[in-house]
Design a binder for this molecule. Structure first.
Ligand SMILES: O=C(O)[C@H](O)[C@@H](O)[C@H](O)[C@H](O)COP(=O)(O)O
Length: 232
């Protein structure tokens, strides 16, 4: 499946442009189905985009936000994606949105994967919007090269679920939605910034081995073209 590249001269322009695109898609979901769902990635890249999106004038009370993946740490840990979203997205007008975390204080990562899978069924499928990031090793979500559940997580024949994922490059144990939960989002975005990430993307686009570079799964097998947003 081809992807489309939206390049911006400045990261601030990318943040505003992506916020507009996501707001339009969420509003379409609300108008069509009465509500909308948004799954976002963590890391360092999305902060400015989150802050721009938080100011957009949409019916946030009808939006449910969750995480594509999570480092398995409590929400007060600086590594937490929940903390990142709480501080940069669920502010301003977006404070009205519902948020479903992945981390569970009282469960280990494997038990939490089972519990979140059950609880997330009520969200409905597909997501209206999924925003992916990408690491320098070509991972996306928590689909890391060498991940202990990578094969199952990328297998579209399996039903949508949340997997625990452990891998050398992942740091903490992770929780991640499966590719079958993400691949058919009504809007699937890949948000990357910097020339190094652009070079990693070009390497990914030039090959097909998904175990080597899991970002290839959405680039090659998403239900609709991935909308790539990039600035230097
Ligand atoms: O929890 C995470 O880290 C993310 O979900 C992950 O998939 C992220 O998008 C990439 O690692 C890029 O992270 P940076 O934006 O920090 O480069």
């Amino acid at each position: 499946m081809a992807s489309t590249l939206n390049s911006f001269e400045h990261r601030s322009a990318l943040a505003a442009g992506l916020a507009d695109r996501v707001a339009t898609q969420l509003t379409a979901g609300i108008e069509t189905r009465g509500s909308a769902t948004l799954a976002v990635s963590g890391g360092s890249t999305p902060k400015a985009f989150f802050e721009a999106l938080s100011t957009r004038d949409i019916d946030w009370a009808k939006v449910t936000v969750t995480l594509v993946d999570e480092r398995y740490v409590p929400a007060d840990n600086p590594r937490s994606n929940h903390l990142l979203v709480a501080e940069h997205l669920l502010q301003n007008k977006a404070a009205e949105a519902a948020f479903i975390p992945l981390y569970r204080d009282d469960q280990d990562v494997e038990r939490a994967a089972e519990g979140v899978t059950v609880d997330m069924a009520s969200l409905g499928h597909p997501f209206d919007v999924v925003v992916l990031g990408m690491g320098g090793d070509g991972h996306t979500a928590s689909f890391f090269p060498g991940g202990d559940h990578l094969g199952q997580a990328l297998d579209l024949s399996l039903p949508p679920r949340v997997f625990a994922m452990q891998a050398e490059g992942a740091g903490e144990p992770r929780l991640t939605f499966s590719f079958s939960a993400l691949h058919d989002a009504r809007l699937l975005v890949l948000h990357i910034e910097g020339n190094e990430k652009k070079a990693v993307l070009e390497t990914a686009l030039a090959g097909t081995d998904e175990a080597d570079m899991p970002i290839r799964a959405p680039l090659l097998r998403a239900a609709s073209p991935v909308e790539i947003y990039w600035a230097p």
